[in-house]
Write a protein that binds this ligand. Structure first.
Ligand SMILES: Cc1cc2nc3c(=O)[nH]c(=O)nc-3n(C[C@H](O)[C@H](O)[C@H](O)COP(=O)(O)OP(=O)(O)OC[C@H]3O[C@@H](n4cnc5c(N)ncnc54)[C@H](O)[C@@H]3O)c2cc1C
Length: 614
């Protein structure tokens, strides 16, 4: 950017500046301004969301490569026959939630327990479930996992195609359960999509969160405003520079700058601001603010591949939207699903004459990781994206297995009734090598980029579990980029959850009550725990033993007994079931429950302010 450009300074100061009004940014804008004493400025590079196609679910595909799409692409992907893969991202109020396919999937409980197991306190499934419940106004069947009255309406499909029903029955034939709610007690099995659609219209976060808050005097939203860098004094973020109408301007912040630009733009902005790998910044002559080697690394996405089946000539066209969804394990010994299957009762892309259906096989547990980096110091130029799909051999094999599984589904009695012939990949792709070649040539992004500013405490972590950027002050990242590992499922709902929880972290509010949101089966246990916690702690010191020496012995015995059980569990149980904090222990279901309850009591003492200490 030209140094001679006039730099204007905005005189107003805001408590918080949020960069990006996307899935996460809109949530933050709403929640933070619930407090009338807190002023918030939101800077959005795109414009208003008044384009009718944004709100018409049937027009979604027209938004790709349009004015509301950043329309990025990856660099040549070495394991996809050097193809460049299209990377759409919403550039408008609502961000990608204004252009996405509105599929509402929370992910698997194991995803969040894994986040916690990686050292991110407060991000276990039990911790995040209350935030998922806070988001939604779910119009489907009530359950303890679901909720009504939240800002985003989530609906079940009003009716389904016979082909979709056959897909679910095909799953049952192969031994999977029919699952009416993959966002409920269990994710595994065959069912139908839930969508962020209300009264026939898209429920973006702009619709659900931002617009209802926009009349608040403490919320200011500037559209068509590209943030170009974060301003620092030493290592403290004090504001941002932005481009509006070709003029660079600056605005200062009282408390914190929050980056919610998404998994491509947030790392770009950190790098432009001098926060990132020192060698990379040096090479571009960007003054170093903090050497944070992980910025832009650990990029993950879900890769998907379509299969096409022609239907028998007696059948005419079925539906027009993807309806069926299944979460399945490609190996019986896996603890959780690794593949998501999507059934479209029509040809998703017109690949063959006549009618048919498509099955999209999505790898939801990719091991491959890519990175985002700067192409230049010009903030108006797109960053370079290296998704590095299929770099890991496991990922290749899982997609091969997924294709074989979809083939088996098509051959079940339920689907064979409709199926004429497999159009693609077809009979020429039989061996693993041939199937893999079909994947390399045809796989596409499912648009679920995450992880480029990952949360954690290892060398490549960018934010801590409070979402504060390592090495600097007054700066957080709150969006899909902070996911330490990607989730098994679509990423909009998890990003909104991150923002709901992030808002509580920023406002320093107590977290939503874990126990209230915990699993229904565990509620009685939790209530018992609360009572027992005090009874046992008090009891072990007062009513057990008659002499003071006896009491001490009892207390020590209890501690060592608990430690022994923890040791056994750590040694012999898989990581996904490890108790990493007291709350996990409380909700963990096994025959040793009482012991874990006791461990919980010893690890989780009530603090003076009533919160729980770990
Ligand atoms: C085409 C498509 C289809 C998808 N389908 C689904 C689906 O069906 N279900 C699902 O769960 N997920 C889906 N996803 C993924 C999901 O929508 C995203 O994971 C999620 O929206 C990411 O939210 P975010 O807040 O991280 O980023 P975004 O929602 O992308 O928000 C980032 C915002 O920041 C703005 N911004 C960026 N840089 C700057 C800057 N420098 N200055 C100012 N503003 C800036 C952007 O314009 C944007 O508005 C899809 C995504 C796409 C693109």
């Amino acid at each position: 950017m030209s140094k001679n450009r006039w730099v204007r300074k905005e005189t107003n100061m805001y408590d918080h500046i949020i960069v990006g009004a996307g899935s996460a940014g809109c949530v933050l804008a709403n929640r933070l301004t619930e407090d009338p004493e807190t002023s918030v400025l939101v800077l959005e590079a795109g414009g208003n969301d008044d384009l009718p196609a944004i709100h018409d679910p049937a027009a979604t595909t027209t938004l790709r490569q349009s004015a509301v799409d950043w329309a990025y692409s990856t660099e040549e992907e070495p394991h996809l026959n050097t193809r460049k893969i299209s990377v759409p991202r919403g550039k408008v109020l609502g961000g990608s939630s204004s252009i996405n396919f509105m599929v509402y999937v929370r992910g698997n409980r194991a995803d969040y327990d894994q986040w916690q197991a990686l050292g991110n306190q407060g991000w276990s499934y039990a911790d995040v479930l209350p935030y998922f419940k806070k988001i939604e106004n779910y119009e489907g069947r009530a359950s303890d996992y679901r909720s009504r009255g939240g800002p985003l309406t989530v609906t079940d499909l009003p009716s389904i195609d016979p082909l979709t029903e056959a897909f679910i029955e095909a799953g049952e034939e192969l031994g999977w359960p029919r699952n009416d709610d993959p966002n409920g007690a269990s994710q595994e099995g065959f069912g139908t999509f839930q969508l962020t659609i209300g009264q026939g219209k898209r429920q973006s976060t702009a619709v659900g969160y931002l617009h209802p808050a926009q009349s608040r005097p403490n919320l200011t939203v500037w559209t068509q405003t590209l943030t170009t860098r974060v301003l620092f004094e030493g290592t403290r973020a004090v504001g941002v520079a932005y481009l509006k109408d070709g003029i660079e301007q600056q605005v200062r912040v009282k408390k914190e700058v929050i980056l919610s630009g998404g998994a491509i733009n947030s790392p770009q902005l950190l790098l432009l601001s001098g926060v990132g790998p020192a060698d990379q910044l040096q090479a571009l002559a960007i003054p170093l603010v903090a050497d944070v080697p992980g910025v832009g690394h650990h990029l993950q996405d879900h890769l998907g591949i379509e299969m096409y089946f022609k239907t028998k000539p007696s059948f005419t066209q079925f539906g027009t939207i993807s309806e069926g969804v299944a979460f399945v394990k490609t190996q019986p010994d896996l603890a959780e699903p690794d593949i998501e299957l999507m059934l479209s009762p029509f040809f998703l892309f017109p690949v063959a004459p006549g009618n048919g259906y498509s099955v999209t096989i999505v790898l939801v547990t990719p091991q491959s990781q890519g990175h985002v980096t700067l192409r230049s110091t010009d903030p108006t130029k797109p960053p370079a994206i290296y998704a590095n799909y299929l770099a890991h051999e496991t990922d290749q094999q899982k997609l091969i297995n997924g294709i074989k599984l979809a083939r088996r589904l098509s051959q079940t009695t339920s689907l064979a009734h409709f199926t004429d012939v497999e159009a693609l990949p077809g009979s020429q792709a039989q061996s693993d090598r041939e199937i893999l070649e079909y994947v390399r040539e045809n796989a596409r992004s499912i648009d679920h980029f995450t992880g480029s500013c990952k949360m954690g405490h290892d060398d490549l972590a960018v934010v801590d579990d409070q979402l504060r950027v390592h090495g600097v002050e007054g700066l957080r990242v709150v969006d899909a980029s902070i996911m330490p590992t990607t989730v098994r499922g679509n990423t909009n709902a998890p990003t909104i959850m991150i923002a709901e929880k992030g808002a509580d972290l920023i406002a320093n509010k107590p977290f939503l009550n874990t126990l209230a949101g915990a699993e229904p089966d565990d509620k009685p246990l939790n209530i018992t725990c609360l009572t027992l916690r005090y009874k046992v702690i008090v009891g072990s010191f007062t009513s057990v033993g008659t002499t003071s020496g006896g009491k001490m012995m009892q207390a020590f015995s209890l501690v060592w007994l608990c430690k022994a059980f923890l040791f056994v569990k750590r040694r012999f149980f898989p990581p996904s079931e490890q108790p990493t904090c007291a709350k996990d222990v409380v909700t963990w279901r096994d025959p040793l429950r009482f012991t874990h309850t006791a461990v919980n009591m010893l690890h989780c003492w009530p603090a003076a302010d009533g919160s729980e200490q770990r």
